[in-house]
Ligand binder design. Sequence first.
Ligand code: PNS
Length: 162
Amino acid sequence: MPTLAVYPGSFDPITNGHVDIITRGARLFDRIIVAIASNAEKSPLFTMEERIEIARAVFHDAPNVEVEAFDGLLVDYVQRRHAQVIVRGLRAVSDFEYEFQMALMNRRLNGSVETIFMMPAEQYSYISSRLIKEVFSLGGRVHGLVPDMVEERLRQKVSGRK
Ligand code: PNS
């Protein structure tokens, strides 16, 4: 049976750390679904449509990477898609506690879904969507930390606000 993995998150916006994990996951699993949570961020910078469009553009030439929105419980979505695995990235020890809680809660909710943690390349181990938004909005450089399309869209958002 082909192994289908779900990589959930807010992806507001997708970073090169996310891209690194998805690329690794696409090598490991038959198919990986980038599942963008519609209820995770209260006031996201990017709309769901923009987040989907960007992730699809970044992975347009990766035939086993799919991008989709989901709402409700993650384990219910995983079951609906007949996936077996949840992929999460672990950057540092500080991620561990939250990830541990989520993985065990998800296991309690559905014991047949396995969570697998993957580490991004070390040059991405300190970046997060939150930090990217903060640094960019204060005039800092994020080149090389996000896909070029994200950098461009961030620029448009900031100039649209002025
Ligand atoms: O990487 P993020 O942005 O912190 O992602 C968090 C996400 C979307 C994976 C988490 O909030 C989630 O799974 N949301 C869906 C609702 C759900 O199932 N919550 C219970 C998790 S134990």
